[in-house]
Design a protein around this ligand. Structure first.
Ligand SMILES: Cc1ncc(C[n+]2csc(CCOP(=O)(O)OP(=O)(O)O)c2C)c(N)n1
Ligand SMILES: [Mg+2]
Length: 627
């Protein structure tokens, strides 16, 4: 029959449902009695030390939700506003704790909603298990309502392991493998569980018979070390160099002490890829800060002038910010051999755990007697921080966004956890925020998606309820999803022993990062139809839903605003009215970019006067002809 609308479809569904009981095995109807497969799924996750799931309900996972209800709070379900947020939170849980993050969504639309968050995890190499429902087995293949080919849908994002349960006997090994593979491969895995399978009586021990699987719990990560020969080759290269640059990424988190020791021995400067921001504190004089389009000038100089590059745990993508090919000898350390030698032609490529490999390398390194290279880096870096302060204190209309980050840096509480969204905030987060030892900081590094700022901070609060979480987010990202996720904060904040979660909103009525990309990369004027976003009262909205809201439009009040937000007895939205004309400039302006910039002005940019004034203010000393 031809279906004409929702009403009719609903009616159909009702008739179908009435027929269903005859298809269900008897034992599944004994609710609350024997454990069903969904209960066993949760029990097995618990045994894997997984105690929290981020998710959203739907009838494709009703059996699992029933089991969660019976399980009480272990594992607990954290209810989000949108499944993509559940995936972001699972990703952030993995990033901030090093444990596996888990998200749960219903079949069809719920499963589809997870995807962007799962890609964020996949691209940043985080262990995340996605559990999704599926149409009941008797209807599969029947173009049933909400029936989507989920195995195919998840085949890319969870390519290391995506499996659908078709019998209760599978549940034990499906969970064991999904978790173990996520950990071992540092990636996303996916379990698809038809609701009728989840309702069946659990089979904890499959029969001892041909065609069954008897799996086990547990995973201990190995310590991977390169051979002594390779370590020696690496040491020879590093010992021969006179001007050593180090670049550290997320893979070096936890190896900070070793990075410092190596940098001291080699007289090196250390640049940090975005995901490696928390590897080293920014108050070390030889840490040049971030690199790339969102990077610093001392990082640029470090890379351009070095004769040897040591890259540790980073897949930083932009080769043009690394030394020119042939100008420097390269040594790279990565735990994943697939990530070696793809950004710069490396002479020595070591597959190894960053901490253990650096530890093994240290005895082979000779301390460089000539410290002039190191002194130059330190001088450059100190000058850069002065420039950052100068830039932050430049006036703007009304608020120069850099000043918000500059003032925050001075006030960051110990052990704060920071998240940034994609947008201009990522520039200021990368360049202006000085992290200290003990802090954590992350964003969507490789996918660079909008949206993770607020959900990452929420996951940080669940993982560490006693620490302050701060999300740095654009107004576009707030309108995309952050506003809705404030409701989740409203629902849960009273559970957190320290209720402070601050969302800084850069209210510029603009999709600013892209506006500047249109100007600098394309030479196009701002395209108002795509770049203007509607005005919205972010702080007032926060108040409306029971959070604290602070709105600041006077640069002199920024410090007090941060103080108030940090002293609040509840989560707070700090809405700052910022000037979209302040350019999130790359560390140096190339000739081509300068030309494009001029073209965008000539072609009639709607904001040209302010943008020229601000750019000139910010560009002082930055133009490098010919580069
Ligand atoms: C999901 C997604 N859509 C689009 C983009 C492209 N993009 C990157 S930054 C940005 C603008 C962000 O605007 P806003 O959140 O207001 O921050 P601002 O740059 O204005 O501070 C856009 C559209 C993206 N990275 N991710
Ligand atoms: Mg904006």
């Amino acid at each position: 029959m031809v279906r004409e609308g929702w009403q009719e479809q609903e009616a159909d569904t009702l008739v179908d449902t009435a027929l269903l009981p005859s298809l269900w095995p008897l034992e599944t109807k004994e609710f609350g009695m024997a454990e069903n497969t969904a209960d066993f799924l949760l029990a097995r996750l618990r045994e894997w030390d997984i105690h929290r799931l981020y998710g959203y309900p739907g009838d494709g996972i009703n059996a699992i939700l029933g089991a969660l209800n019976r399980a009480g709070s272990d594992p607990e379900l954290i209810q989000v506003r949108h499944e993509e947020m559940a995936a972001f939170m699972a990703c952030a849980h993995a990033k901030f704790t090093g444990e596996v993050g888990v998200c749960l969504a219903t079949s069809g639309p719920g499963a589809i909603h997870l995807l962007n968050g799962l890609y964020d995890a996949k691209l940043d190499h985080q262990p995340v298990v996605a559990i999704v429902g599926q149409t009941a087995r008797p209807a599969l293949g029947g173009s049933y309502q909400q029936e989507v080919d989920l195995t195919t849908l998840f085949k890319d994002v969870a390519h290391e392991y995506v499996e659908m349960a078709s019998s209760p006997e599978q549940m034990r090994h499906l969970v064991d493998r999904a978790v173990r593979i996520a950990k071992d491969q540092r990636t996303v895995t996916c379990l698809i569980i038809p609701n009728d399978v989840a309702e069946l009586a659990a089979v904890e021990t499959p029969p001892r018979a041909h065609g069954t699987i008897h799996s086990s719990l547990g995973y201990s990560p190995p310590t991977i070390l390169p051979t002594q020969d390779d370590l020696r080759r690496a040491a020879e290269t590093l010992n021969a160099g006179e001007k050593i640059a180090m670049l550290v990424g997320a893979g070096a988190l936890g190896a900070g002490d070793e990075v410092v020791e190596v940098a001291e021995l080699l007289g090196a400067g250390v640049a940090k890829a975005l995901l490696g921001k928390a590897v080293l504190p920014d108050d070390l004089p030889f840490v040049t800060g971030s690199i790339g389009l969102l990077g610093t000038k001392p990082s640029w100089d470090l890379m351009m002038d070095c004769d040897t590059l040591l890259m540790v745990g980073s897949s930083f993508p932009y080769s043009e910010f690394l030394p020119e090919e042939g100008k420097a000898r390269g040594v790279q350390i990565d735990i994943d051999g697939r990530m070696l030698g793809i950004r710069y032609p490396m002479e020595v490529q070591l597959v190894g755990d960053s901490k253990a490999t650096l530890r093994a390398l240290i005895p082979l390194l000779q301390r460089k007697g000539d410290r002039s290279w190191r002194e130059r880096i330190e001088k450059n870096t100190a000058k850069w921080w002065e420039l950052m302060e100068q830039r932050a204190l430049e006036s703007a209309d009304p608020i120069n966004p850099q000043r918000l980050f500059f003032e925050l840096s001075k006030r960051l509480p110990d052990n704060a956890i920071l998240s940034s969204d994609s947008g201009s905030s990522a520039n200021w987060f990368a360049r202006d925020v000085k992290v200290r030892a003990g802090m954590k900081a992350s964003l969507s590094g490789n996918l660079a998606t909008m949206g993770p700022g607020v959900p990452y901070a929420i996951a940080a609060k669940f993982a560490y309820p006693d620490r302050v979480a701060i999300a740095l987010v654009g107004d576009g990202a707030m309108q995309m999803n952050g506003l809705a996720e404030l409701i989740t904060i409203g629902k849960y904040w009273q559970r957190w022993s320290d209720p402070r979660l601050i969302v800084l909103v850069l209210h510029n009525d603009d999709l600013n990062q892209v506006t500047w990309e249109q100007r600098a990369m394309e030479g196009d004027p701002r395209y108002d139809a795509s770049q203007d976003i509607p005005d919205f009262p972010y702080a007032r909205y926060a108040e409306l839903i029971g959070l604290k809201g602070i709105r600041v439009d006077n640069p002199e009040e920024i410090g007090t605003a941060w103080d108030d937000a940090l002293a609040a007895d509840r989560p707070c939205v700090l809405e700052a009215i910022t000037d979209p004309a302040v350019p999130p400039l790359p560390p140096h302006i190339t000739f081509e970019q300068a030309t494009h910039f001029a073209q965008s002005v000539l072609r009639g940019d709607s904001d040209r006067r302010a943008m020229i004034t601000q750019s000139l203010k910010q560009m002082v000393g930055e133009f490098i002809p010919g580069r």
